[in-house]
Each structure stands twice: as C-alpha cells, then as structure tokens.
Design a protein around this ligand. Structure first.
Ligand code: FAD
Length: 169
C-alpha cells in the first residue's frame, strides 16, 4: 500500500484530495489529509464583507463538507517534515509516514515584515484581508457615510439625470 499525505486542507489540498481520491486505486493507495482547523475560510469572500454583501456565515464552512466520503482526515497542527525519513511530525504526537507528500499549507500574510506597512496605514490597508477586521470595515462604512451604497446611488442618480437631460432613456 502506497501512502500519500496531503498537508493542508485549504483550496489546493482539498482539490488534490478530491481529484486523487477519484483517480487512484483504493486497494493500492492510502490518502491522508491533515489540517489544524475544522473550518474552511473562503478568503475571496472576505472582500464582500465590508460592503455588506456577505457576512461571516457566508465565508466560514465546515471543511468536511468538501471532503469525499470516507477520507482519512487528521485534525492537528503540523509540526515539521523530516524529508530524509519520509515522515511528518504532528503536534498531536502522531508520526505520519509517506511515499508521496503534497505540501498545500498556503501562505500567511505578515504585514509586519514589510517596512512602513504597520501603524495607521497598515491597519487601513490590510483590513479586508483579515476576517476579523472585515466586519469592522463594514461598520465604518455604515457609520461614516455608507461608502458603497451611497456611491452607487449617486452614480445611478446622476447617470439617470444625464440620460433624461440628453433624452437617451
Ligand atoms: C482577501 C482575499 C481575496 C482573494 N481573492 C481571490 C480570488 O478572487 N480568486 C482567487 O483565485 N484567489 C483569491 N485569493 C487567494 C486564495 O484564497 C488563495 O490563493 C487560496 O486560498 C490558496 O489556497 P491554498 O490551498 O494554497 O492555501 P489555503 O487555502 O490558505 O490553505 C492552507 C491550509 O493549510 C493549513 N495549514 C497551514 N499551516 C498548517 C500547519 N502548520 N498545521 C496544520 N495545518 C496548516 C491551513 O489551516 C489551511 O487550511 C484571495 C485571498 C484573499 C486573502
């Protein structure tokens, strides 16, 4: 039995699990996927929260909803890979052996590592990319002038006025 281990059950890891699970012979392959979180965060959806189009519920879903049935899933933080021994050490003290390893652990945003991006400017620039801060931006848009809805209305109004003036509607 060949062992395939996927590190990270985000977008890439979950897609690999689904594709390979459907294509590899189950009598020859054992596939295991590891992630530290039970929930999936749909990051592109974060962009819609500040404008009131999505809320937290729309971007947070159980990862299991996207796994094929019977998938071997381990919920644990990954400690490290020991490539010379084909092993992965997990924070729950499990040791996984692999023949093939897929590393799909994603990227972490680290604004503090870019000079000048922290402080007031950084807080504003990165609000949308951090789920916990996105609803705060929505609140700002509600409390201080409803940024998007008003912009949209004004544009629509003036567009309609211009059309009327020009007799084009
Ligand atoms: C605001 C925003 C908007 C975006 N918009 C778009 C868009 O419009 N279109 C688009 O294509 N892409 C978009 N992206 C990018 C897209 O979301 C990412 O490219 C995609 O999620 C990356 O997938 P991934 O599988 O590589 O990483 P992720 O989806 O981040 O998955 C990595 C997984 O690895 C796990 N993990 C990491 N380290 C460990 C560890 N030590 N132990 C255990 N588990 C671990 C994490 O818990 C996570 O589940 C956007 C991203 C953001 C932030």
């Amino acid at each position: 039995m060949k062992k395939l281990v996927i590190l990270g059950a985000g977008t890439a890891g979950t897609m690999m699990l689904n594709k390979l699970n459907g294509n590899l012979d189950k009598s020859e392959w054992q596939i295991t996927i590891v992630d530290q979180f039970e929930t999936h965060y749909y990051q592109p959806g974060f962009l819609f929260i500040p404008f009131g189009i999505y809320n937290r519920k729309d971007v947070i879903k159980p990862k299991r909803d996207f796994f094929p049935s019977g998938a071997n899933v381990i919920l644990s933080e990954i400690d490290r890979i020991v490539p010379e021994e084909n092993k992965v050490l997990l924070m729950n003290n499990q040791v996984l052996e692999y023949d093939y390893l897929i590393i799909a652990s994603g990227a972490k945003i680290k604004p503090e590592e870019t000079e000048g991006i922290t402080g007031d400017f950084g807080i504003k620039a990165f609000l949308i990319f951090i789920l916990l801060k996105a609803p705060a931006l929505y609140q700002i848009s509600l409390n201080r002038g409803k940024m998007m809805p008003r912009l949209r209305l004004r544009r629509g109004d003036s567009f309609q006025r211009r059309q009327k003036r020009n007799g084009t509607n």
